[in-house]
Design a binder for this molecule. Structure first.
Ligand SMILES: Cc1ncc(COP(=O)(O)O)c(C=O)c1O
Length: 467
């Protein structure tokens, strides 16, 4: 057989076997960082190795360091798993080695982004005619949207930031909730706006920006303004009151950006879309496909109501960069050559359909409520948030140390994986249900493992077992 054939088959067979045995695997890693570096490292070899050998070595040395986030029992951060059709489509993008720079470099990559972004606009209830870009994640989407916003509001103040930069520019006001995601701050650093420019608007006990406080803050100042609202707080899942925020922005002529990394997917479900009501009135939106749409990493999407401002912030031209008719993917993102992200998004949407995405959102939210019901029924276990979406915050024995110990024990046990956080000054366990694979049985097994860990957890070194 041809050597290319051999190595691709070997890899596909291994991947299929990995997926078949997902349920039997511990969810956490089985090797430390140092062990993995030792297994895969050593001096740079002088001579190369044949392809099959390389892949076999990678599987043997790398598999112990794999987090089985593909299982239905991974509840860390906000991780989706990856739908089989999306994984396969991503393989094709790689096998075809498509560069999603332009229609010329890959007509198929450009066409898939065009189709997939149209489907997403419809699914997420965004206004017709918005521009879109496929970026690495919500971080990239926030940065791209805020670059478009920066140019747009400064142009309104008579300043061309693309040409003249920020030195000497009118001051741009940036308003965001106290519980915004950290990526907003990084975007502001990257864009030269600086975090000191932030006017932080107080949030309520669920982390939602207070619309009344936003209105007051907007009224207290003047000049070009950008407001960063949020659909889906990374801890509680709560969504800012977007309709009231849109009213306040309209009154102040401020640009409204919505960071909806995962929460924007609520718009795809008739049962949850009221949580983000008013989102369609924003000027820009950031979301992730690698979270709730369950496509493989990496894939975020930015949408913008003002294609001209979006294009002005991102597009490039050079005499050698030949153009062809059609939407050019690189006009809307900060990258030049890049992965063809539209393949996996197109495949996920094609595999699920409108109903499938809506069911996926509903199912994850139902599982989150089940976790809250089962765990919250136990003595000494407190659910800290209103479980409105797919996020649950759990606290044990009213104690930080005990709560962190339960999280550590659950991670060591390996039945499921979840992380810890601090919510409004108190330690909490974070459960995020974002995988298409999670079943009621996964929730039952995981909740039992969590309660077992809680029963064995320690405060100040002494065991705290329950009868
Ligand atoms: C609200 C919000 N914004 C932005 C991000 C960053 O997303 P990414 O890591 O895909 O860039 C996250 C990640 O969880 C998030 O929850």
């Amino acid at each position: 057989m041809d050597p290319v054939d051999d190595v691709l088959r070997l890899t596909a067979d291994y991947a299929a076997q990995f997926h078949r045995t997902l349920d039997e695997r511990p969810v956490g890693a089985q090797a430390s960082f140092e062990e993995l570096c030792a297994a895969l490292g050593g001096p740079l070899p002088d001579a190369g190795a044949d392809d099959e050998h390389v892949v076999a070595e990678l599987i043997a040395g790398g598999e112990p360091g794999v987090i089985a986030s593909q299982t239905g029992r991974y509840f860390g951060f906000v991780f989706g798993s990856a739908l089989p059709a999306a994984v396969a489509a991503d393989w094709l993008a790689t096998a075809w080695d498509q560069n999603a720079f332009s229609v010329v470099t890959s007509p198929v990559a450009a066409a898939l982004e065009q189709v997939a972004s149209g489907w997403l606009v419809e699914l997420l209830g965004l206004p017709e005619g918005v521009s879109s870009g496929f970026v690495t994640g919500a971080q990239g989407a926030n940065t791209t949207a805020l670059a478009a916003a920066r140019g747009h509001v400064l142009a309104g103040a008579g300043w061309d930031v693309g040409r003249d930069g920020l030195i000497g520019a009118p001051r741009v006001r940036l308003l965001a909730g106290a519980e915004r995601h950290v990526t907003i701050d990084r975007s502001l650093r990257l864009l030269g706006l600086g975090t000191n420019a932030l006017e932080v608007v107080p949030a309520d006990d669920q982390g939602r920006m207070r619309a009344d406080a936003l209105r007051e803050t907007l009224e207290a100042g003047m000049g070009p303004a950008i407001v960063c609202a949020q659909a889906g707080n990374v801890n509680t899942g709560a969504c800012d009151p977007l309709a009231e925020i849109a009213d306040a922005c309209e009154a102040a002529d401020a640009w409204l950006h919505v960071d909806g990394a995962f929460g924007l997917w609520a718009a795809a479900s008739p049962h949850f879309r009221q949580l983000v009501a008013g989102h369609e009135r924003a000027d820009s939106w950031a979301t992730d496909a690698h979270k709730w749409l369950n496509v493989p990493y990496d894939c975020g999407i930015v949408f913008c109501r003002h294609p001209e401002s979006h294009g002005d912030a991102m597009a490039v031209a050079a005499s050698y960069l030949q153009r062809a008719d059609g939407r050019s993917p690189s006009d809307w993102v900060p990258e030049s050559s890049r992965r063809a992200r539209g393949f996996a998004v197109w495949a996920a949407l094609r595999a699920l359909g409108r109903r499938g995405v809506s069911d996926l959102v509903d199912r994850c939210c139902e599982h989150a409520r089940s976790f809250a019901a089962v765990l919250g029924a136990e003595d000494g276990v407190e659910i800290l948030n209103d479980v409105v979406l797919n996020q649950v915050l759990v606290r044990f024995g009213g104690d930080d140390e005990l709560t962190r110990d339960v999280v550590r024990r659950v991670q060591e046990d390996g039945t499921c994986w979840l992380g810890g956080t601090d919510w409004q000054g108190r330690a909490a366990m974070r459960i995020s249900v974002s995988s298409f694979r999670t079943t009621a049985e996964d929730v039952e097994r995981s909740a039992a493992a969590i309660l077992k860990a809680a029963a064995a957890a320690t405060v100040g070194g002494s065991a705290r077992t329950r009868s």
